[in-house]
Structure formats: structure tokens, C-alpha cells
Design a protein around this ligand. Sequence first.
Ligand SMILES: [Zn+2]
Length: 277
Amino acid sequence: MLNIGCHLSTTKGFENMGKEALGIGANTFQFFTRNPRGGKAKKIDEKDVAGLLEIAKNNEFATILAHAPYTLNACSADERTREFALEMMADDLVRMEYLPNSLYNFHPGSHVKQGVEVGIDYIVNMLNTVIKPEQTTTVLLETMAGKGTEVGRSFEEIAEIINRVELKDHMGVCLDTCHVYDAGYDIVNDLDGVLEEFDRVIGLDRLRAIHLNDSKNPFGSHKDRHEKIGEGNIGLEAIKRIINHPKLRHLPFFLETPNELEGYKNEIELLRSVYSE
Ligand SMILES: [Zn+2]
């Protein structure tokens, strides 16, 4: 079975996200751990989380993916911003344990003219501070499009971060199809080649989730604008090959396409119809 969900709004609570996922034919979902612009997280309501866990268990949900706020920038030039990133992630990881064995994805950040090596030092330092041996959450680095001074634009940058994390058993990667395409990895014409490169540089065993998005921009544009499935430059044929690829087909796929719930429901239906069981 295709494990697929989309990004859902947290505002109505965990149990409601589980119900919404079911309502649109999903068997997992992604959510923000707090306001995407950052700020204080809502207190966890244990009864609400228990409601979600019950839904997930009864419906054999695939692993759920949490997403850190976009404002989290562990490699900012500003010290206060770096401290804030560390505090947010530490707090998120404590709260993630209410949803045991889940995934937590974050954008590596932007080094803002300090250079990629300085940026990677800061990111590694944060991860080595916040990741605890007893946590059940796997922290995922997201592959980025390479907009501005983004870190994570190449598999090499992602690999360097993981290699320097002490508790690397708790580390993985979330591959965003729009981002890697915009970064210059040709998943349309050479998916096998890209996956071989991923395996050689990072290791495919680190790949734990896929952000499944089409791209508004052409190959190698370093832009990062998501498009609806089949309506962008990646196109439905390539997306079909991605979800059916023997090295990817078991992974959870998460849509972050510009859609409301109804649009997500249609995309999930479409993708299930082209997934070969
Ligand atoms: Zn993404």
C-alpha cells in the first residue's frame, strides 16, 4: 500500500488531524510542531494525543512526520537566533516523545555569508546538544533547493552534517522532490542515477521520508516553489516513477503542494490509482 499524507494544520488538535487524514484517504500526515513562523508551542493535551494514537493504530498509519518551524535557523549569523533554534528544537524533541517513534524534519538553515563550513559547524553543534540517546524520534535533515545561502543544497552537505553527529542512529534525511530538482538532481530523466548518488554519498538507509511536490520552476533553478502534482516541471510521469521505485516505494510520502483539503484528497486518490500494488 502507498503510504501517503499531506501537511495538515495543527490548530484543531492531534485527534482532529488523524480524522482529517482518514477523511482524505491518507494513512499518515505532516504537521508543524508550533507556528511555522516560530514562537511558543501549545501545551500538549495528552487526551488529544491519545485520540490520535488510537486512530493511527486502528488504521495502520505509516510513520507521522513533524516539521520544525521555518524560522528555525541553527546557522544564523546572529547568536540569539542560533540559541533560539537550539531551544526550539530541544523543546520540540521533548514534546515529540508523546508521539513515540515519529520523524522530525527541519531545514538545515541559511549561513548568510558566513560560508557553508561555518554553517555546518553550527548545525552539528546544535544537533550534538539536543539529540538524546533515549529519544525515539528520528531527526531528518531536509534536502534544500539551494536558494540564497541555504545549507543542504547538495547530498555532500547533508552527509557532512550526519557524519559529524555523535548519535547518528537518530539521524535521517527527508528528500523533497521539488527541492532536489531545483537543486540540479535530475529525478525526471535519471532517477536511478540520482538514487545511486544519494546512496554513495549519504546512504539510502538514511532516507526516511519524501516530500512529494511538483516544481513551478525549471530544473536547476535553485528556486523552491512547490506546484500541484502533475502541474509543474517534474510532471506526473516522473512522480509515478518516484512513488513506484523499488528503492522508494515503501517510504512515507508527504504532499506539500499548494492545496486545501479537497485538493489533497484528489491528489492522494490520483497517486493511489497510479501506484502498483
Ligand atoms: Zn519540503
